[in-house]
Design a protein around this ligand. Structure first.
Ligand code: SF4
Length: 276
C-alpha cells in the first residue's frame, strides 16, 4: 500500500489522482488506546476498505508511538492511514513564545484540529459521499469531559461544531462530514479489554518496574502536569533528548515548561546546580 506523508495538504487529491473514492468512516489516530478502539470498532462494523485512519504527526511523539501507528496499518487491515503534519510542537512554542497549558492549547489547535479540519474538507470534496469521523473521547476521562459531553450518546451523529464548538466550522457539516463519539461511555478497563493486549506498549510497566503512562500522545504533552513531564524526560534516552530540546526552546523564549513550585525547584534548581 502506498503511504503518503502530507505536508502541503494535498495528500487526498494526490493519493487518488483526483479519482472519487468512498470512505465511510475516518478515524483520527493518536497512537493511544481510545482512538485505536474506535479504529477496531469501525473496521468490525464497516470493513477495512471503508475505513481510513488519519495520524496528525506533532513531531513530538515517542518512537514507540510511531511504530505503533505503523502496526495499526496491518493489525486490522490492510488499512490506509494517512499522515498529515502542521509542523511541530516546539515550533509552535517558539511561535507563541510560551509552552501550552491552561486554556492555551495552540499546538492542539494548529497540529490536530486545523489539519483534521482541512483534511476532512478535502476528503469530503473527493469522497463522493458523506462520511463519519469517529472520535475516541470518553466521559470518564475527566469531570470536564463528562460535563462537556453530557447528553451526547455514542450512536448519534453530530455536526462537528456541535461536538467542539468554536473549533470546527459549520461548513464541514454542510459538506457531509459528521462526528460520532463511538466509545463515549466506555470505561478505561473496557477499552483495554477490547484491544486484547494490542495497545501501545508505553502503557505497560517496564521490566525494571517503572510504571507505564496513563495517557499516550506527545512525549510528553507539554501541557500536562509536572509529574508526567518529569517521568517522560527521565524515562529513556528519547525522553532525555526531548528534555534537551525543550531546554533549548525554553532558553530561546525565556519561559519555563515547569508550572508547579515543586517542578521548578526540582528541575530548574537542579539544572543550575548540577548541569543536569
Ligand atoms: S498533546 Fe499536549 S503537547 Fe501535544 S499537541 Fe496536545 S496539548 Fe500540545
Amino acid at each position: 500500500m502506498r503511504r503518503v506523508r502530507c505536508t502541503d495538504g494535498l495528500c487526498v487529491n494526490r493519493f487518488y489522482g483526483g479519482r472519487a473514492v468512498t470512505v465511510k468512516v475516518l478515524v483520527p489516530i493518536s497512537g493511544g488506546k481510545d482512538s485505536q478502539a474506535c479504529l477496531k470498532l469501525a473496521v468490525q462494523k464497516h470493513g477495512a476498505d471503508n475505513v481510513r485512519g488519519l495520524f496528525c504527526d506533532t513531531q513530538f511523539e515517542h518512537p514507540l508511538t510511531y511504530q505503533h501507528v505503523e502496526k495499526l496499518r496491518t493489525l486490522y487491515g490492510p488499512l490506509q492511514i494517512d499522515t498529515v503534519t502542521g509542523g511541530s510542537v516546539l515550533e509552535k512554542c517558539e511561535k507563541y513564545g510560551r509552552f501550552p497549558g491552561g486554556g492555551a492549547r495552540f499546538c492542539t489547535e494548529e497540529l490536530k484540529i486545523w489539519v483534521t479540519r482541512d483534511y476532512c474538507a478535502r476528503l469530503a470534496a473527493y469522497n463522493g459521499a458523506n462520511f463519519e469521523v469517529w472520535y475516541g473521547m470518553r466521559s470518564d476521562e475527566s469531570p470536564e469531559r463528562n460535563k462537556r459531553y453530557a447528553g451526547k450518546v455514542c450512536d448519534e451523529l453530530y455536526a462537528p461544531h456541535e461536538v467542539l464548538p468554536g473549533k470546527y466550522p459549520k461548513y464541514l457539516a454542510r459538506m457531509g462530514v459528521l462526528f460520532r463519539l463511538a466509545i463515549l461511555h466506555w470505561t478505561t478497563p473496557e477499552v483495554f479489554d477490547f484491544l486484547e493486549g494490542q495497545h501501545n506498549p508505553l502503557y505497560n510497566p517496564r521490566e525494571d518496574g517503572e510504571e507505564g503512562f496513563d495517557r499516550v500522545g506527545c512525549f510528553p504533552c507539554a501541557a500536562s502536569g509536572d509529574a508526567n513531564k518529569e517521568k517522560a524526560f527521565k524515562y529513556d534516552d528519547f525522553g532525555r533528548q526531548q528534555a534537551a530540546k525543550v531546554a533549548i526552546v525554553s532558553a530561546k523564549i525565556g519561559k519555563s515548561i515547569w508550572t508547579s513550585k515543586g517542578g521548578k525547584a526540582r528541575n530548574e534548581v537542579c539544572a543550575l546546580v548540577c548541569g543536569d
